[in-house]
Design a protein around this ligand. Sequence first.
Ligand SMILES: O=C[C@H](O)COP(=O)(O)O
Length: 256
Amino acid sequence: MSRIPIAAGNWKMNKTVEEASEFAEALLDLSPNTSDIEVILCPPFVTLYPLSQKLAQKGIKLAAQNCYWEAKGAFTGEVSIPMLLAAHCQYVICGHSERRHIFGETSEDVGKKVTAAIHFGLKPILCVGETIEEREAGRTETIVFDHLSKGITNLSKEEALSLVVAYEPVWAIGTGKAATPQDAHQVISYIRQQLVKKFGDNTAKQIRILYGGSVTPDNVFDFMKDPDIDGSLVGGASLDPTKFYKIILESLRASQ
Ligand SMILES: O=C[C@H](O)COP(=O)(O)O
């Protein structure tokens, strides 16, 4: 079964509305192919709607970096999934390691977000991954299992078809020290096995699993040529339109 590859750029807390608009114009000038790959930008909340006006018609999709699981109400500072849908988002990142480690999100919180995202019609990108201490203690699979199993706990087989999983080892994020493709392959294969156990082979083989952590135009080909790795979730290198465009090109080259 061939899965459509993904190149997703997570801007984190970077770019004003004006800077985001400049990025969009530069990327559109490069005319990335969006028919054979899903190109997704994950900008800050306030730039989602303005970017949607520029990008959506060109086939570039938008993801929010976070969401809350309730539809509306007295939850100061939170953004609901219906609000994200109204801003033309199609995806939402759930459980990024920065949310887990800086803001104290638990795997149970992340599971509620994944469930709510699918319930309301957004596709979740569920992030999982271990710290360096956890890896060195031989706990990578234990941690990934916790993040994954609690993230997908409420999903039916049918709902799981909307799921994307991103394996992001925390020690590779923003460090310039990407995992090796072999390390990524090993954990991503483990994730796929867990998806098979939960949803069955037919559903699991349709779920896309991304790698994230110091992805660049120079190393993305080596990740993407692994048939188990369906795309990348890119942080720093996605802030530059030329670098992000090269990541799209290299991802396509590897998947053809
Ligand atoms: O969501 C993206 C990841 O945290 C990777 O960030 P990075 O490419 O800057 O290492």
